[in-house]
Structure formats: structure tokens, C-alpha cells
Design a protein around this ligand. Structure first.
Ligand SMILES: C[S@@+](CC[C@H](N)C(=O)[O-])C[C@H]1O[C@@H](n2cnc3c(N)ncnc32)[C@H](O)[C@@H]1O
Length: 262
């Protein structure tokens, strides 16, 4: 499941170690190279009319790219040490456009209505319960300007290091659970060594649950699909469905159509 699961440094082959860093708070790994959604966020940020937000930014891989493309960036993380690193390592000359936003999304984060052009969440939704995703999508829908986008990539139930959870997820889904990918005791379902870098609660999402929550918040779903990220490490690679790409847009009111929107 993307970087929300990883081996210890000693167990990592050199190429994986170079491409990812362990988070300071046992929230999986963060990449040091841009993934496809990070890159899309940074590209769109370059033409954003309003500030953009990177949720769960870790050490700033995507926030730095958005700064480099000219955007004003709010960088959020639950861990102050991550934000310190994000500020310290920001591209030269961008500090006046970088705003640190500490706190747990969604409960501890607030922005003015329609004040953001883009919200990005890479490997963040996996740490939120279904109820938190619903509350978070409602906040994102309020914060985005009309036409603004939410872009995300998340871990799915189909990853090698949590392969034992796949059948549990399928059974939950068949039983009609609203959030079939909520795993409340990860060590109980997987003894993979990478589990030690993760909290006991992990939420393995799928395109359907994210689409339902986004529509309930009034967002239009643009893209919702399983995805194989380029450079997926061996300990995650399973069958091409390891990640979920999810992009949603705040609708543009009829009377504003034709005006400039990102
Ligand atoms: C697996 S890392 C992903 C980091 C980066 N976005 C990436 O894609 O490489 C997850 C990050 O989300 C942060 N995080 C976890 N729960 C959070 C929450 N509720 N609100 C804000 N940040 C959170 C963690 O501290 C960590 O930095």
C-alpha cells in the first residue's frame, strides 16, 4: 500500500532506501521522489489563482514541488518535526509563500471558505477513519474555490505486505460494511516486518468509498480507480491495484461558468 508500509532500513534494498524516508511518528514512509499525483498537484499549482494545501506533507516532497512551480502553499502535518523539515528544506527564495499548518486533519485544521485552489493528500487518507474522511471531505469542499480540485493517492487493500487483509476486506464489502477497509488491528492480520512502521489502525480505501464520501460532500468525482504507481517497491507490489487515485472537483455554479477557473 504505497509508502504507508515499509521495511526497516536494514531490510531495505539500497534503491528503496534512497527513494523513501521513515516518518518520525510511525506513519509509514514518505517518498523522496514525486509520484504521479504529487506531480499533477505541482503542475496544477503552478497556475493556481489561490493558495494550495498539502495534507500530511511529511518532509515536504510535494509541497516543495508546488512552491517551485510558483504557488503559495499551506503545508499541513500532524507532526511538528515534519513541518520543521519542510520549512528548512524548502526551495531557496520560497519561504514567504510557505505557510505551515500544524494539526490533525480534519479536526484541527481550518481555512476560510473558497480560499484554496487545490488540496492534495498523498498517502494520508489511510490514517483516517471513515467518519474522519467524511468530515474531511466536507471541509475540503468548503475550502475549495468553485472549480478547485482535491487530488489524492492512497493505499488500497491489495498490497503484498498486507495481503492477509484482502480477504477480510472482501468479506466486509460483501457484508455491506460502509467502510470495509478499516483495519483496527493491523498486527493481528499481518506479520510482515513492514507493519512495525505503521499504527495499529489503518484504513485501506477503494474507489467506491471515496466516491460516495466525496459526492455526499458535494464534490464531483473526476477520477477514482485502482492504480499501479511507477516505482512501487517489491514489498508492496501485488497485482497492479496497490493504490487508489482519487480526484474530485468542486462544481462551478451555472452563473460562474465561462469565468476563469483552474
Ligand atoms: C505515509 S506519510 C506520506 C507523506 C507524503 N504525503 C508522501 O506522500 O510521501 C503520511 C504523513 O501524514 C501525516 N499524518 C498522519 N495523520 C495525519 C492527520 N490526521 N493530519 C495531518 N497529517 C497526518 C504523518 O505525520 C505523515 O507525515
Amino acid at each position: 500500500m504505497s509508502e504507508a508500509g515499509a521495511m526497516t532500513d536494514k531490510e531495505h534494498p539500497d534503491d528503496v532506501r534512497a527513494a523513501s524516508l521513515v516518518t518520525a511518528n510511525r506513519r509509514g514512509r514518505t517518498t523522496t521522489r514525486l509520484n504521479e499525483i504529487n506531480r499533477r498537484f505541482a503542475d496544477l499549482a503552478g497556475s493556481a489563482a489561490r493558495p494550495v494545501l498539502d495534507l500530511g506533507c511529511a518532509f515536504g516532497v510535494a509541497a516543495h514541488a508546488a512552491l517551485a512551480s510558483g504557488a503559495t502553499v499551506h503545508a499541513n502535518d500532524i507532526d511538528p518535526a515534519h513541518l520543521e523539515a519542510t520549512a528548512r528544506d524548502a526551495p531557496p527564495g520560497t519561504s514567504d509563500r510557505l505557510h505551515l499548518a500544524p494539526g490533525a486533519f480534519p479536526a484541527e485544521l481550518d481555512f476560510a471558505p473558497e480560499s484554496l485552489s487545490l488540496v492534495h493528500a498523498s498517502n494520508l487518507l489511510n490514517f483516517l477513519s471513515g467518519a474522519e474522511i467524511e468530515a474531511g471531505f466536507a471541509k475540503i469542499a468548503a475550502w475549495l474555490e468553485p472549480g478547485g480540485r482535491f487530488l489524492s493517492i492512497s493505499g488500497s487493500p491489495y498490497a503484498a505486505n498486507i495481503r492477509a487483509f484482502g480477504p477480510v476486506y472482501e468479506a466486509n464489502r460483501a457484508a455491506g460494511l460502509a467502510w470495509p477497509g478499516e483495519c483496527h488491528d493491523l498486527p493481528a492480520v499481518s506479520d510482515d516486518p513492514t507493519i512495525s512502521e505503521l499504527p495499529a489502525f489503518l484504513h485501506l480505501v477503494d474507489p467506491d468509498v471515496l466516491s460516495r464520501a466525496a459526492r455526499a460532500a458535494g464534490l464531483e468525482v473526476e477520477e477514482a480507480r485502482f492504480f499501479h504507481r511507477a516505482g512501487t517497491p517489491d514489498y508492496i507490489a501485488l497485482d497492479g491495484r496497490e493504490n487508489v487515485v482519487f480526484v474530485a472537483r468542486k462544481p462551478i455554479p451555472e452563473d460562474e461558468k465561462g469565468q476563469m477557473h483552474p
